[in-house]
Design a protein around this ligand. Structure first.
Ligand code: NAD
Ligand code: ZN
Length: 262
């Protein structure tokens, strides 16, 4: 983190400070430091012989429902054991510093909520919620389902129960997507954190913000497809960059308050 020059961090904090409406889009990278692998990282252990596309799709669920179910139960265990990292916590603090913050995530974990962020928009659903693949009826997971070799049956229609996440080839749920579009249309500063910018349509959001004249901050240890659109790129892991950036925003706010006060 030491390699981000102090003046670049200060420029980024100034952009945030000038903004009334901030939107933050997060991807799998923000949870990497909590021990949740991104899809681009090799899958661990038992699952390393499958590509996520061969497990996270309606075709895979039709062909191998038991395998897909066991994979999701394994991932559920991972996210349940994970704790929010300083990046998640910095975003929760940011919500208390700026007049309006909308947090949009592509992640299916709930680490933003665990860190205290309110009203998180989940574009790709959540691993800890379940529903019927056929009739969409919500399903409450039972302890024995976690050990099962096949998905539970829907009590309403007998269809197969699946995680309430968006699979490859499926459309995004319309309500979170519309909420994300509305927030982006009204924002004057957008952050793209830990996202490669290759998964559409989520990757469209930072570009739309730019086209509407908002400033774009990109936080990522690697180059991304969004870099050409970025006003400022902050290169580093989000667990280090976000706390440093949010501390600068907080310092500017308290300086402004002490000038304005008394
Ligand atoms: P992605 O396309 O958002 O790419 C991950 C990005 O994170 C990369 O650009 C990488 O450089 C960056 N990164 C890695 N370590 C980082 C760090 N410490 N700090 C900041 N950035 C870091 O995500 P993906 O892994 O390709 O997954 C695509 C989709 O799959 C996700 O959008 C999500 O729906 C799902 N997914 C979710 C989770 C989760 O909920 N935690 C995990 C894996 C995949
Ligand atoms: Zn059903």
């Amino acid at each position: 983190m030491g390699h981000i020059p102090s003046e670049v961090l200060e420029q980024a904090a100034a952009l945030v400070d000038q903004a009334d409406r901030v939107v933050c889009l997060t991807g799998a990278g923000v949870s990497a430091e909590s021990g949740i692998p991104t899809f681009r990282d090799a899958q661990r252990g038992l699952w390393s012989r499958y590509r996520p596309e061969e497990l996270a799709s309606p075709e895979a669920f039709d062909a191998h429902p038991g395998r897909v179910w066991r994979w999701y139960m394994w991932r559920l265990g991972l996210v349940e054991r994970a704790r929010p990292n300083p990046g998640h916590r910095a975003l929760a603090q940011l919500a208390r510093l700026v007049p309006h913050l909308t947090l949009i995530t592509q992640n299916v974990d709930s680490l933003h909520e665990a860190a205290g962020s309110p009203d998180v928009i989940h574009l790709h659903g959540r691993l800890d919620r379940f529903r019927c693949h056929d009739c969409e009826q919500p399903y409450a997971l039972r302890p024995q389902d976690r050990e099962a070799d096949r998905p539970p049956s829907c009590p309403r229609c007998g269809g197969r129960v699946r995680p309430d996440v968006v699979w490859f080839g499926e459309p995004l749920p319309p309500r979170p997507w519309q909420a994300a579009l509305a927030a982006v249309a009204a924002c004057d500063c957008m952050w793209a954190v830990g996202t490669s910018g290759v998964v559409y349509p989520a990757a469209q959001l930072p570009q739309m913000a730019r086209e509407r004249g908002a400033r774009l901050l990109v936080v990522n240890p690697e180059p991304t497809e969004l870099d050409p659109w970025a006003t400022i790129t902050l290169s580093g892991p989000s667990g280090a960059v976000l706390p440093a950036l949010v501390a600068r925003v907080a310092a500017r706010r308290s300086r402004a308050e002490s000038r304005g006060g008394a």
